[in-house]
Design a protein around this ligand. Structure first.
Ligand SMILES: O=C[C@H](O)COP(=O)(O)O
Length: 434
């Protein structure tokens, strides 16, 4: 009977075996031996037993079976060396006696396995860990192919489209970042943020009220935003760009002070830019220290770190800058300022998403993602939501882990929803909701 059992069924059965019994099965016959030596089997066990579904290129040796063995050996060792457990932010962490790299890795994997569902509110960051950015290789054609696949997906229709467009509204950081911003246009923006859709559309969609995720402005306009939102009794995020936005080419002291001043003025979210020079010159530890200083200056305000992908040269730098920003405690990583010639694109997003996934594997912290710049149409917003849902899951289509930075996306979303509700397209003079 066993000899005629298809391999995929045997693989399935073997994946439920206690690991101590696998050794016995290996010597039963050639066929079982070849299944149990197969990388596919060990990939599956790593996923099932350790929750790991990607193999880091930095791991040595680099195969699913050897990675499994490594973790298994480390676990046996740690049972003897672990000395205590403590609770932190509702999350159990394991402390180990020794401080060597292997045990640090294990600690992170165990931490992830032990996450009870009560995630810490924020990414605490980690120590500077160069291992996580060494030997990073990104397969450029594969990334481009995968992102084209997303772009080519069949569009959502009718009520599904309407539901996702409503969702998209709640995920927008409604932005104005212009040299001629005044109290007047900030006032208008805040009203729009509080009432992003016309009342009749909202009513037809079955909502009483709906707001965007946050309003995003320059530091000098934060007080205006606070004043207007206060007047409107509207409790949405107040985001300020800072740290030398958009280029990050001012002294660190002034960049940090700018963060502090924006927080003092009332910002609850700070979108800093990184110093791209540090990336292009490979000065990763300095980059880590700078982002960390900004995180400290943020206090309770959440930190979004703009890595300005259009300036970073290649995918490897994008991955590394993302990883360093997360290590330094960023709550979100953000693609662009909206001022570069190339802003949020799918290929760079896929690289940043991979870094978010890897960071989660290492630390158990979930870091948010914010594409920004050039997101203008309802169709764009749906594609971004699909990408997030498929690559990172449902949690990453919620406002605490996903935002879209956009100055002029709402108009098109409202037009599409108007069409859904009335069957007609609004005229080109369709006013924004106020
Ligand atoms: O962070 C937001 C961006 O600056 C907005 O860019 P956008 O004007 O291209 O929508």
């Amino acid at each position: 009977m066993w000899s005629s059992t298809p391999h995929f069924i045997l693989t399935d059965i073997f994946s439920h075996l206690p690991i101590v019994d696998v050794g016995e099965c290996l010597i039963v016959c050639r066929s079982w031996n070849s299944i149990l030596q197969d990388e596919y089997y060990w990939k599956r066990r790593l996923k099932e037993d350790w929750g790991i579904d990607s193999l880091r290129e930095t791991h040595q040796p680099c195969s699913w079976i050897s990675e499994y063995k490594r973790l298994h050996c480390m676990q046996s060792k740690s049972v003897m060396t672990s000395n205590s457990e403590f609770e932190r932010d509702g999350l159990l962490a394991l402390t180990l006696n020794h401080d060597d790299d292997e045990e640090e890795n294990l600690k992170r994997h165990l931490l992830k396995k032990r996450i009870s569902g009560n995630m810490p509110e924020r990414n605490d960051g980690t120590t500077f860990t160069p291992d996580w950015i060494e030997n990073v290789h990104i397969n450029y054609p594969a990334v481009v192919r995968a992102s084209n696949d997303f772009k080519g997906r069949r569009a959502l229709k009718k009520e599904h489209q309407a539901a996702w467009l409503v969702k998209a509204v709640t995920l927008i950081d409604l932005t104005t970042l212009a040299g001629d911003d005044t109290y007047c246009n900030v006032d208008r923006l805040c009203n729009y943020a509080k009432n992003p859709l016309r009342k009749e559309i909202l009513k037809q969609l079955g909502f009483d009220s709906l707001t965007v995720g946050a309003v995003c402005v320059y530091p000098n306009r934060v007080k205006d935003v606070c004043k207007v939102l206060n007047k409107l009794n509207c409790n949405i995020g107040i985001a300020s760009v800072a740290a030398g936005f958009p280029e990050g080419q001012t002294p660190m002291e002034t960049r940090v002070r700018e963060v502090e001043l924006a927080v003092e003025a009332g910002a609850t979210e700070i979108d800093i830019v990184i110093n791209r020079t540090l990336v292009l010159e490979g000065r990763w530890e300095e980059l880590y220290e700078e982002v960390k200083a900004c995180r400290k200056a943020c206090g309770e305000a959440h930190l979004k770190t703009i890595i300005a992908t259009g300036h970073l040269g290649d995918f490897e730098n994008i991955y590394k800058a993302s990883m360093i920003s997360m290590m330094a405690g960023s709550d979100f990583i953000k693609t662009s300022t909206g001022k570069e010639s190339v802003n949020a694109t799918f290929p760079v997003a896929m690289v940043m998403i991979r870094a978010i996934r890897d960071y989660f594997e290492y630390t158990g912290f979930k870091v948010g993602f914010k594409p920004a710049g050039g997101i203008r149409t309802a169709k764009d917003s749906l594609q971004w939501l699909t990408l997030m849902k498929e690559e990172l899951g449902d949690e990453w289509v919620q406002p605490d882990l996903f935002r879209m930075g956009a100055s002029s996306l709402l108009g098109d979303i409202e037009r599409q929803l108007y069409h859904y509700c009335t069957g007609r397209y609004a005229s080109s003079t369709f006013d924004i909701a106020m």
